[in-house]
Design a protein around this ligand. Structure first.
Ligand code: HEC
Length: 133
C-alpha cells in the first residue's frame, strides 16, 4: 500500500465509524425521549403542569389572577373538561363567546396563548386540576 492509499483507507474507516455512531445515538435518542416523556406525564400533577407551562405569569401562582390575566376560580361553572381542553389548545375558537369577549376587553394588553403543542394527557390533567378549584 502506498502512503496515499493508507490515508484513504483510514478516512474511509473513520467515516464508517462516524456513520455507525450517528445511527446508534439516533436510535437511543428517540427511545429515551418517548419513555422519558410518558414517565414525566404520569408523574406530574396538574399543579406542576400549571407551573411548568407558566400559566402563573398571567393567572397568578394561586390562580388569583394578575394584571395580565383573569383569576381561574370556579371554572367548573362555565367549562366542561373537554371544552376546557379545547379552549387551552385553541382559545381563538372561543372568541365569539360573550364571556370570553368580556375578558378580552378587560385584558386588552394581554392574550391567552395557544397550548396546542402540549400533550393531550397533560392538558387533561391540567384541566382536571383547574376544574377542582
Ligand atoms: C400571556 C398571558 C397568559 C398566559 C401565559 C396564560 N393565559 Fe390564560 N388567559 C389570559 C387572558 C388575557 C385571558 C382572557 C381571555 C383572552 O384574552 O383571550 C385568559 C383566559 C383563560 C381562561 C378562561 C378563563 C375563564 O374565566 O373562563 C382559562 C381557563 C385560562 N386562561 C387558563 C390558562 C392556563 C391553564 C394557562 C397555562 C397553560 C394559561 N391560561 C396561560 C392570559 C394568559
Amino acid at each position: 500500500m502506498t502512503n496515499a492509499q493508507k490515508w484513504i483507507a483510514l478516512f474511509l474507516l473513520l467515516f464508517l465509524i462516524l456513520l455507525g455512531l450517528t445511527y446508534i445515538t439516533e436510535g437511543e435518542y428517540t427511545d429515551d425521549a418517548v419513555t422519558e416523556e410518558s414517565t414525566e406525564n404520569n408523574l406530574l400533577s396538574g399543579e406542576q403542569i400549571y407551573a411548568d407551562l407558566q400559566c402563573a405569569n398571567c393567572h397568578g401562582e394561586n390562580l388569583q389572577g394578575t394584571e395580565q390575566g383573569p383569576k381561574l376560580f370556579n371554572l367548573a361553572k362555565n367549562w366542561s373538561k373537554t371544552e376546557l381542553i379545547n379552549y387551552l389548545r385553541n382559545p381563538k375558537d372561543f372568541g365569539s363567546k360573550e364571556r370570553i369577549k368580556e375578558l378580552k376587553e378587560k385584558y386588552p394588553d394581554s392574550f391567552m396563548p395557544e397550548f396546542n403543542n402540549v400533550d393531550a394527557k397533560k392538558l387533561g390533567k391540567l384541566a382536571e386540576y383547574l376544574l377542582s378549584k
